[in-house]
Each structure stands twice: as structure tokens, then as C-alpha cells.
Ligand binder design. Structure first.
Ligand code: ARG
Length: 444
């Protein structure tokens, strides 16, 4: 295999070492970013007079052609013997094969260290914006589903029925989470948007490069401040992996709710057949595999974050080959999240909500107990005392197999004489939501 660095070596690389060292099988997905980075670099070399204009033009147009051929499938990145060390080597070898020695001038004033850094930043930046779009679509699906079903439902703490909310408000809790997720991705995209091209191996170059020009051509806000940092930094991947992990937490919690809610025990929702699977032995089964997979895949994304944190933590500046290990976990996390977001959007858009079951379950579990205490407080009882009184009412209701609203005013007065007819207004589940700041639940 031809080497870009073969000059100082007397003998061949061990074959297993060659395979061990190669990143081509996984970094070939950076081909577009690699070519566009190289075109920006060569435009700048030509403009600065570091190589002749005509040479720069020839290299740039050939790189364009290589990109077009890869896109069209006539230059294959797969199915061939993987005989390039990495995507950078592959593109440069192809260039030189097409235009001869001029191609060898492309790498003037550049190292693969700044080359891979600029490739990954471009890749991460567009992944950030694509993921933001997918999060937005899920957010819109959740908001729309909530609007479709503004019905009452129980809210829980400790997975025990607690207080009444609406299904719409519940969905909007996830909308809020996803809005923050989008903001986080946008912030991460903004922070990473500086170009490392021109940092070269670690210390810049004696050529008069125009880093601002390449940064602008590639859509960066400007070049990075420090050469050493530019080739060593992988913070932006860690930050994106954290953002992605947090999104997975949200998707996983939502998955867990849908798994619970679609069980016979809850029976609040039905997952559309399109997103469920059956059992090979139990004919009646309809399993919520999609949600279980999303919940399960959360571990992979967390794993990628932990993996890269661990890879980076002890590295001295600047580039070390350890950093080649940034790619597979990151790509896998992006692919995983894209798939999870797309599937979850489908699940939510097609979800059937059983309004009657939800409404009915609001009526058991004393979801209006806190409001009875609030009522007593309005009547001048101290909250702690009110809490105790309602606790005793709940015990009595349990004994008599009744809900609080089933008690007559006389029965209620056994616990405190201040009760009057107005209490029934505080016991009505929908009415509760029009009182005090609970109004926000209905307005949202
Ligand atoms: N494949 C390498 C990586 O992904 C490219 C950079 C190689 N740099 C070097 N000094 N060997 O990190």
C-alpha cells in the first residue's frame, strides 16, 4: 500500500499493523467534508501565490470531479480492497492518479491533523443542524398530539396517582424538554463553528496562509485562535455527545411512559400497528418494541460519550493517534439518534389516546385531595392541620369505598365544620384546573 509518509521508512509496515492503523473503513463517510476542505485550502494556496493559480485551478476542478464521481457512485468507497490508510490518503491518491505530480502540491502547508479536524467540524456542524430539524419535527408531533387530546389524565409522583393534569399538558412537558434540546444543539453548533484549517501539524506553517479566507469559504465564523488547540480540540464532539445523550434521556423517559401506558395495567394509549411487533408464540401479543429499542439504544449513546471522554482525558497536546478513536462512537451516536427521533415522531403521530380510560382513572386515587386541603386553607385552617384533616377523610373514603366527591356535606362536616357546598367546586377535576395558577395547565 502506498504511504503518504513512506520517505523515512526502510521497510514495509506489518500487514496487521496496517489494518490496525487504518481508519478508512469508517472515516470514508467524511469524503464530502474532506474534498470541500481541500478545495478551500487549494483556492487559498493559489490566491496567496503559494502554488501557481493554474495548478490550484486544476486541483480544485479535479477535486470537484472526484466528489461528483463519488456521489454518482462511479468512484467507489466500498466493495474495493480497503487500500488507503484513511479518507485523506484516498482522495489525495486519487487526485494524483488523475492529474499526476501537480496533485502532490495540494498538501502544501497542511497536515492531516488540521485536515481531519476541519473535516470533523464540518461534519459535526451539519449533523447538529440535521438533528435540530429532527428534534423540531418530534416536538411538533408531540404538540399536535396534545392538541388532539386535551382530556384529563392523572399526573404521578413515585408512579402513584397524584394530581389531575391534561394529556396535552403532559405532552407539552416533553415539548419544553425538546425546546431546550434544540437550543443546546444550536449553542453547540455556534461554539464549534471556528476553522482549524491552517493549524497544520501543531504549530502553523512558514507559508503565508490566509486562514480567514479558508474559514469563510467553509462557512466558519473565523479561524481558531491557537494552532495547538485547533488540532487537539475535540470538545465540540464531547459537547454534541452530551447534547445527544440528554436528548436520549428524554426519548427514553418518553419511551418508558409509552411502554407503561400501553400495558393493560394502564391502558391509556395504543401504539399503532406500524410501530409494534408480535410474539412468535403468544398470538395475542402486541409489543412496544420500538419504544424498548429507543430506551435500550440510550446506553449506546451514553457509551460513546463516556468512551470519548475517557479517550481524551490523559492526552498531552497536540495530536495523538488516540484521537482517531473519536469517530466510530460519534458517528454511531448520530446515526442512532437520527433513527430514534424519526421513529419516535412516527410513534407519536400515529398514537391512539384512550381519553375515556384516562378520564376514568382520574376518579380513583384521590387526585383532588390536595385541593380539599387548599379549600380548608382558604377557610382559615392552617395548611398542616388541613393536610391532617384530609388525610383522615381519605382513610374514611377508603374504608367506605368512596371518592371524596361522593361524600355528603354532612359526612364532610364530621371532619371539620367549616365545610360548605362550595367544596364541591374544589372537588370537580376539570374545575380544579381553572383555579389559581393551575389555569396555566389549561392555557398551555
Ligand atoms: N486518520 C487520522 C485520524 O482520524 C487522520 C489524522 C492522522 N494524523 C497523523 N498524524 N497520523 O485521526
Amino acid at each position: 500500500m502506498a504511504k503518504l509518509w513512506g520517505g523515512r521508512f526502510r521497510s514495509e509496515e506489518n500487514k496487521s499493523m496496517e489494518d490496525f492503523n487504518s481508519s478508512f473503513p469508517f472515516d470514508k463517510r467524511l469524503y464530502k467534508e474532506d474534498v470541500t476542505g481541500s478545495i478551500a485550502h487549494v483556492h487559498m494556496l493559489g490566491k496567496q501565490g503559494i502554488i501557481a493559480r493554474e495548478e490550484a485551478d486544476l486541483i480544485a476542478s479535479t477535486l470537484q470531479q472526484i466528489l461528483a464521481d463519488i456521489d454518482a457512485g462511479s468512484l467507489l468507497l466500498s466493495g474495493l480492497p480497503e487500500d488507503a490508510e484513511d479518507i485523506h490518503t484516498f482522495i489525495e491518491m486519487e487526485l494524483t492518479a488523475r492529474i499526476g505530480d501537480v496533485g502532490k502540491k495540494l498538501h502544501t502547508g497542511r497536515s492531516r491533523n488540521d485536515q481531519v479536524a476541519v473535516d470533523m467540524r464540518q461534519y459535526a456542524r451539519s449533523a447538529c443542524s440535521h438533528l435540530t430539524d429532527l428534534v423540531r419535527q418530534l416536538k411538533e408531533a408531540l404538540a399536535a398530539k396534545g392538541k388532539e387530546y386535551p382530556c384529563l389524565m392523572p399526573g404521578y409522583t413515585h408512579l402513584q396517582r397524584a394530581q389531575v393534569v391534561t394529556f396535552r399538558y403532559y405532552m407539552n412537558a416533553y415539548v419544553s424538554m425538546l425546546e431546550r434540546d434544540m437550543q443546546r444543539l444550536t449553542n453547540t453548533g455556534d461554539l464549534m463553528n471556528r476553522s482549524p484549517l491552517g493549524c497544520a501539524a501543531l504549530a502553523g506553517t512558514t507559508h503565508q496562509l490566509d486562514r480567514a479566507m479558508t474559514a469563510a469559504e467553509l462557512g466558519f465564523d473565523g479561524p481558531v485562535d491557537n494552532f495547538l488547540d485547533g488540532v487537539s480540540d475535540r470538545d465540540y464532539l464531547l459537547e454534541m455527545l452530551s447534547d445527544m445523550s440528554i436528548i436520549m434521556v428524554h426519548l427514553s423517559r418518553l419511551s418508558e411512559e409509552l411502554i407503561l401506558w400501553s400495558s393493560s395495567e394502564f391502558n391509556f394509549v395504543e401504539i399503532d400497528d406500524a410501530y409494534a411487533t408480535g410474539s412468535s408464540i403468544m398470538p395475542q401479543k402486541k409489543n412496544n418494541d420500538a419504544c424498548e429499542l429507543i430506551r435500550g439504544k440510550t446506553g449506546r449513546v451514553f457509551g460513546s460519550l463516556m468512551g470519548l471522554l475517557t479517550t481524551m482525558k490523559g492526552l498531552p497536546l497536540a495530536y495523538n493517534k488516540d484521537m482517531q478513536e473519536d469517530k466510530q462512537g460519534f458517528f454511531d451516536a448520530v446515526d442512532t439518534l437520527e433513527a430514534c427521533l424519526t421513529i419516535m415522531t412516527g410513534i407519536i403521530s400515529t398514537l391512539k389516546v384512550k381519553e375515556e380510560v384516562m378520564k376514568k382513572s382520574v376518579r380513583t386515587g384521590f387526585l383532588n385531595a390536595t385541593e380539599v386541603a387548599d379549600y380548608l386553607v382558604k377557610k382559615g385552617v392552617a395548611f398542616r392541620d388541613a393536610h391532617g384533616i384530609v388525610g383522615r377523610i381519605v382513610i374514611a373514603c377508603e374504608d367506605r369505598g368512596k371518592a371524596i366527591e361522593d361524600l355528603t356535606i354532612e359526612e364532610l362536616r364530621e371532619f371539620d365544620p367549616v365545610f360548605d357546598e362550595e367544596i364541591y367546586e374544589f372537588l370537580d377535576y376539570r374545575n380544579i384546573l381553572s383555579k389559581g395558577i393551575k389555569k396555566e395547565i389549561l392555557m398551555d
